[in-house]
Design a binder for this molecule. Sequence first.
Ligand code: 9UX
Length: 69
Amino acid sequence: MMQELRVGIVGMSCQGCVKNVRGVLLALPGVESVEVSLAEGQASIVYDPAAVDVSQFKAAIEDAGFEVA
Ligand code: 9UX
């Protein structure tokens, strides 16, 4: 069963950042879809909780150079 999570992200300042954040999240196993909003500073992640967990989202976002709010 898929679950949806919203994560606040600090440090995105252009659509390139949005694309990068989306890409690193989509690359994780178990992530089905990702929407990232620059204006809202957040990502909406649809994922399979049996395959991936929230700590991996945080690590991927931080490795890409951003912070989780
Ligand atoms: Mo835009 Mo973001 O030039 O890491 S890609 S500021």
